[in-house]
Design a protein around this ligand. Structure first.
Ligand code: UDP
Length: 326
């Protein structure tokens, strides 16, 4: 199959590119390198370009007939989205409309979209299934929800078929340690904890210890990046067989608190990770845990690397490789 991976130099996109190449697919990567890294792209046809540039997009679609688009390109920091909402609405929402319009213009009808658990807001019940109401409490989640709404409208108007995958907390790295999570600046809990273990950081901050959870810190459902990619692959096969559009939650149905994650990092690294409690981070829901039964039932997805220790081991292998150069 001929796949366009938008945002393929980013954390999850680069793992997807690697999986597609391993499966023998033809892959084009379109990325502006604003948050991704060229060296994370392990093969395929790399094109540096920006979704805000409709000329670049049209050239991209004129030069190849894609079977499916996988769309990973987005800003994804909750805290930043609260401080700079316009960035999120423009880059995530408006630029996705450009992509969809180019697909319509060039008769490409399949898209797999990277959505997020952040669109649920504070859960009314847990674990969260797809029927849970969407009430995002930050512009990041809101921008992704607006895209899901646009996808439904583009299906209605132009016959675009889509699968929206709502990731809970992506984590981990490739098994061979060749690629992994890398953000500048890094804001995510697991890499920050591991960078504290390498000595790159003096301590990790725990954002709030007065949440309504057993240890007072926020609870998240961490899901291995390779399991997320596997879900994309199943979604791709489904769309290629003319399967219906759908929305799925992706997580392990198991939550870990910030303190539990730091503890798991200490166990895997066998190092002390100093933690300092600070105030809450704006826009953080208390608990996010996924119910992923729907994709298991309909597409046969089962996470293979679900334990927090496996996730941490792969992330640690990657972080140690990264440590000298960053
Ligand atoms: N977190 C923290 N300290 C950090 C980074 C994150 O306490 O330095 C917390 C954050 O408030 C959230 C959880 O860890 O409750 C996961 O945050 P992350 O940014 O990794 O992912 P998000 O849930 O925002 O997608």
């Amino acid at each position: 199959m001929n796949i366009l991976v938008v945002g393929g130099a980013g954390y999850i996109g680069s793992h997807m590119v690697q999986m597609l190449l391993e499966n023998g697919d033809e892959v084009t990567i379109f990325d502006n390198l604003s948050t991704g890294f060229k060296e994370s792209v392990t093969g395929g046809n790399f094109i540096e370009g920006d979704l805000s540039n409709t000329n670049e997009l049209n050239t991209l679609f004129e030069n190849s007939q894609f079977d499916c688009v996988m769309h990973f390109a987005a800003f994804s920091q909750v805290g930043e989205s609260v401080l700079h909402p316009g960035l999120y609405y423009k880059n995530n929402f408006c630029n996705t409309l450009n992509l969809l319009d180019s697909m319509v213009k060039h008769d490409v009808n399949n898209i797999i979209f990277s959505s997020t658990a952040a669109l649920f807001g504070n859960p009314e019940y847990t674990p969260i299934d797809e029927k849970h109401p969407c009430n995002p409490i930050n512009p990041y989640g809101q921008s992704k929800l607006m895209i899901e709404q646009a996808l439904a409208d583009y299906e209605q108007a132009y016959g675009i078929q889509y699968i929206s995958l709502r990731y809970f907390n992506a984590a981990g790295a490739s098994i061979d340690g060749s690629i992994g999570e890398r953000h500048t600046p890094e804001t995510h809990l697991i890499p920050l904890a591991l960078q504290t273990a390498t000595g790159k950081r003096e301590h990790i901050k725990v954002f709030g210890s007065d949440y309504d959870t057993p240890d007072g810190t926020c609870i998240r459902d961490y899901i291995h990046v390779l399991d997320l990619c596997e879900a994309h692959y199943l979604a791709l096969q489904h769309l290629i067989k003319n399967g219906e559009s759908n929305i799925f939650n992706l997580g392990n149905k198991e939550g870990y608190s910030v303190l539990q994650v730091i503890h798991a990092a200490e166990q895997v690294t066998q190092r002390n990770i100093p933690a300092i409690t600070t105030s809450r981070r704006a826009g953080d829901p208390t608990t996010l845990i996924a119910d992923s039964e729907k994709i298991t039932t309909l597409l046969g997805w089962t996470p293979k690397h679900s334990s927090i220790h496996t996730i941490m081991e792969h992330a640690w292998q990657w972080e140690q490789k990264l440590a000298p150069s960053s």
